[in-house]
Design a protein around this ligand. Structure first.
Ligand SMILES: NC(=O)c1ccc[n+]([C@@H]2O[C@H](COP(=O)([O-])OP(=O)(O)OC[C@H]3O[C@@H](n4cnc5c(N)ncnc54)[C@H](O)[C@@H]3O)[C@@H](O)[C@H]2O)c1
Length: 268
C-alpha cells in the first residue's frame, strides 16, 4: 500500500524537473494528482507520460495569479472530490546574477518577478486552498533550496526569495495548526533546466554549474527523482504526522561542507 493512497494532491510547478519527479512519485504512492504549470507543452507531455491510469489531471496557468490559484483548487474538487495535499515546486532562478550586474532601472521588476514566483505564488496557492485543506486535515509542502540558508546557490534576488520561503513555512505552520501541516524540502542541486528572470532577459539554463559535484560531500549530482520520496513523506497524513514548520535539507551535504576538502574520500 502506497504512502498517499486515496489522497488528492495539487502539484504546482509540475512540469519542471523536480515537479515531474513529484508527480511521478505521488502517482506511484497512490495519489490522484492535479498537475499545474504555466508551460502547457510540458504539461501535455506529462499527461502523455503518466495520464493513462485516470488519476492525473492537468491545469495550465500562472501560479502567481489569484485567478489560477482559485481555478486549480476548483479543478481538484471537480476532478477528484477534494484536496489533501498542496505541493509547490514552482521556482524561477536568477542565474546567480550579482547586484552590481543588474541595471538599476530593471532591479524593481526583477525583484518583483523573483519574489512573486518563488514566494508570492505559494501564498496565493495556500490561501486559495485553505478551506479545502482544512476540511481534510491537509498538508502543504513547499520548495526551498540550499540558497534558503547559504550564499552562492543563486544571486541576491533568488537567495532572498529562498530565505523568505523558510519564514513562510514557519509562520504558516504556526497559523494553520492544528488543521493543516506545513513543511518544505530544501534541495541542494538537481540536474534540471531552470527558468531565468524575464525582467532580465535570462533564458532557461542548466541549474547545475560545471564542476559542482566537486563541492558536494556526497560527490554526485542527484537526479530530480531522488527528491520525490521526501515530498511524499511530507505529504503523507501519517508518515510525517508529527512534523510541521520543518524544512528538510536534501543538499548532498553542502551545509556540512568543511573549508578544505569535501570529505576524507578514499581514506574511509
Ligand atoms: N534544480 C536545482 O538545482 C534546484 C536546487 C535548489 C532548489 N531548487 C528548487 O526546486 C524547485 C523546482 O526547480 P526545478 O529545478 O525543477 O526547476 P524547473 O524550472 O525545471 O521547474 C520549475 C517549474 O515551475 C514552473 N513555473 C515557474 N513559474 C511559474 C508560475 N508563475 N506559474 C506556474 N508555473 C511556474 C516552470 O514552468 C517549471 O516547470 C524550485 O523551487 C527551485 O527553486 C532547484
Amino acid at each position: 500500500m502506497g504512502m498517499l493512497e486515496e489522497q488528492v494532491a495539487l502539484v504546482v510547478g509540475a512540469a519542471g524537473g523536480i515537479g515531474r519527479a513529484v508527480v511521478r512519485r505521488y502517482l506511484a504512492e497512490g495519489a490522484s494528482v492535479v498537475a499545474v504549470d504555466r508551460d502547457q507543452d510540458r504539461l501535455d507531455k506529462l499527461r502523455g507520460e503518466f495520464g493513462a491510469g485516470g488519476r492525473l489531471a492537468v491545469f495550465a496557468g500562472d501560479a502567481a495569479a489569484w485567478s489560477t490559484s482559485e481555478a486549480m483548487v476548483a479543478k481538484a474538487v471537480e476532478e477528484f472530490g477534494g484536496l489533501d495535499v498542496l505541493v509547490s515546486c514552482v521556482g524561477v532562478w536568477d542565474q546567480a546574477v550579482r547586484l552590481v550586474d543588474i541595471p538599476g532601472e530593471r532591479l524593481g521588476a526583477a525583484f518583483d518577478e523573483c519574489l512573486r514566483g518563488n514566494v508570492g505564488s505559494v501564498l496565493l496557492n495556500v490561501r486559495a486552498a485553505l478551506s479545502q485543506l482544512a476540511a481534510r486535515n491537509g498538508r502543504v509542502v513547499v520548495t526551498g533550496s540550499f540558497a534558503s540558508y547559504r550564499t552562492s546557490g543563486g544571486g541576491v534576488l533568488y537567495t532572498s526569495a529562498k530565505h523568505a520561503v523558510v519564514g513562510l513555512v514557519s509562520q504558516l505552520a504556526y497559523e494553520l495548526a492544528p488543521r493543516i501541516r506545513v513543511n518544505g524540502v530544501a534541495p541542494g542541486v538537481a540536474q534540471t533546466v531552470m527558468s531565468g528572470l524575464r525582467a532580465l532577459d535570462q533564458c532557461p539554463t542548466d541549474a547545475v554549474l560545471p564542476g559542482t559535484e566537486n563541492a558536494l560531500p556526497l560527490g554526485t549530482i542527484p537526479d530530480a527523482d531522488d527528491y520525490g520520496a521526501l515530498y511524499a513523506l511530507l505529504g503523507s497524513a501519517t508518515a510525517s504526522a508529527a512534523m510541521t514548520g520543518t524544512m528538510v535539507a536534501a543538499d548532498s551535504g553542502l551545509l556540512v561542507r568543511g573549508m578544505a576538502q569535501a570529505s576524507l574520500g578514499g581514506d574511509l
